[in-house]
Design a protein. Structure first.
Length: 83
């Protein structure tokens, strides 16, 4: 995620999710992205739920066992494989 953000000029939000990042303007970590790209919808479910509140489109790399409830565009792939 960090390399992708570096080469595309995007901002990477990596690590523990801070609730209110997309919805609370008084939060220090407040951020208004135009689009969110997620590598695993099951681990980033809190962030996906917040994007649905404010209408941010979401692209996700999804496996067969992922919940795509808040995903706008799912890219099918094996996101649980070993490197």
């Amino acid at each position: 995620a960090i390399k992708f953000a570096h080469y595309t000029g995007a901002t990477a939000l990596v690590g523990k999710w801070v609730p209110g990042t997309f919805t609370n303007p008084q939060n220090k970590a407040f951020f208004e992205p135009r689009m969110v790209i997620v590598d695993d919808p099951s681990t980033c479910f809190a962030a996906l739920r917040e994007t649905s509140y404010v209408g941010i489109p979401v692209i996700a790399l999804c496996g067969t066992d992922n919940n795509t409830r808040f995903v706008d565009c799912g890219i099918p792939c094996n996101n649980r494989g070993k490197f």
